[in-house]
Design a protein around this ligand. Structure first.
Ligand SMILES: O=P(O)(O)O[C@@H]1C[C@H](O)[C@@H](CO)O1
Length: 352
């Protein structure tokens, strides 16, 4: 199966499903437009007002699913996705990895790959962000069976958090025990430099403060408890393993331990917002990971996460410096070899 793509076998099934939904939705729009909103309903003799047809929603938002009606994926749907994948690969992953922006090359290191494009997996959202390839890659790294998301789903893409995090539950039902989230983040801590790595010791769930939590809604105990504790979200033993790897790789000077927060994005932050976050003890800021960890802890996965400090957060006004996505991706490319080595050795020590 080296380098094989499982997409061909998957596409017939998925295209049938997706097209069905897309067509239904498209027809629904056309129907509403033809009959509704006052058209053709004017007083006798009054000319019907004509409106420009609504522009179609972007494809990833248009891919409507029955889960949307319930604001969650049921256990049965997640199970269906897991079985779809398990029936198309012999790899039985114990480690699940989400690759952050510019960090997708981690997946290229895998051996005996089976690759599934998100658009070919039933019920899966699709990635719309540059630097996120949009495929699930199964394979072996250092002899350990892993599944890697080459690209994640973000809230700012238009997905609700429960949808962004569905792949984490799929990983659980695939048999994953250890969950690794990686991300690109802006460095707030004065000691951090671009290209440094921050092991997440903890997070602040700002979106959750306002009740926007991936676990909001009916709880299915088959995934996990209604009120999961988050006090050991980042598994202390896994952090220790990572620190031992860092020591042996002799990269302690570029690795830190700190607190991450996720904001909704897609705007980068203003100076005042960054100063506020700094005051609150946040070391790095990004647009992902927190809700994935919440979902993973809820379903009993042991979690580890790190941020690549892709840019310095600009808290001063008298400078031309501004955060930008190109710098974020370039830092990912620049640090790819070290990150790949770190993850490979970490996995080997955790589950080798
Ligand atoms: O997916 P991650 O959290 O690594 O990506 C960060 C947040 C935005 O998607 C993007 C901004 O440059 O990078």
């Amino acid at each position: 199966m080296n380098g094989t793509s499982a997409t061909a076998s998957a596409s017939a099934h998925v295209n049938g499903r997706a097209n069905g939904h897309l067509n239904r939705k498209a027809n629904g729009h056309a129907h509403a437009h033809a009959l509704g909103e006052g058209e053709g309903e004017g007083q006798a003799g009054a000319p019907a007002r004509r409106k420009a047809p609504p522009s179609p929603p972007p494809p990833h938002v248009a891919a409507h699913d029955e889960a949307d009606e319930q604001s969650s994926y049921t256990f049965e749907i997640v199970d269906e996705v897991a079985n779809f994948l398990l029936s198309r690969t012999v790899v039985r992953p114990t480690v699940g990895i989400i690759c952050g922006t510019g960090l997708g090359s981690l997946a290229e290191k895998l051996e005996d790959k089976a690759i599934f494009k998100y658009e070919d997996i039933p019920h899966f959202p699709v990635s719309s962000v540059e630097g996120h390839a949009g495929q699930l890659v199964f394979g072996r790294l250092e002899g350990v069976s892993v599944v890697c998301m080459q690209g994640r789903f973000h809230y700012y893409e238009g997905y609700p958090l429960w949808k962004c995090c569905m792949p984490v539950r799929v990983m659980k039902l695939l048999g994953v025990k250890y969950f690794i989230a990686t991300n690109a983040a802006g460095g707030l801590n004065e000691r951090y430099k671009v290209g440094d790595i921050m092991i997440l010791r903890d997070h602040v769930n700002f979106m959750g403060f306002a009740g926007n939590n991936p676990l909001r809604g009916a709880n299915d105990d088959r995934f996990g408890p209604r009120f999961p504790p988050m006090s050991k979200a980042y598994d202390p033993e896994l952090i220790d393993v990572a620190k031992s790897v860092v020591k042996d790789m002799n990269i302690g000077d570029i690795v830190h331990e700190g607190v991450y927060t996720c904001l909704g994005g897609p705007c980068y932050e203003t100076q005042a917002e960054l100063r506020l976050l700094k005051l609150l003890g946040i070391d790095a800021v990004g647009m992902s990971t927190v809700h994935e960890i919440v979902t993973a802890v809820h379903c009993g996965l042991r979690c580890f996460a790190f941020s690549l400090i892709s840019n310095e957060c600009v808290t001063e006004y008298n400078t031309e410096a501004e955060a930008n996505h190109e710098e974020v991706m370039d830092t990912g490319k620049m640090r790819a070899p070290i990150l790949q080595a770190l993850v490979a050795e970490f996995i080997k020590r955790v589950d080798g």
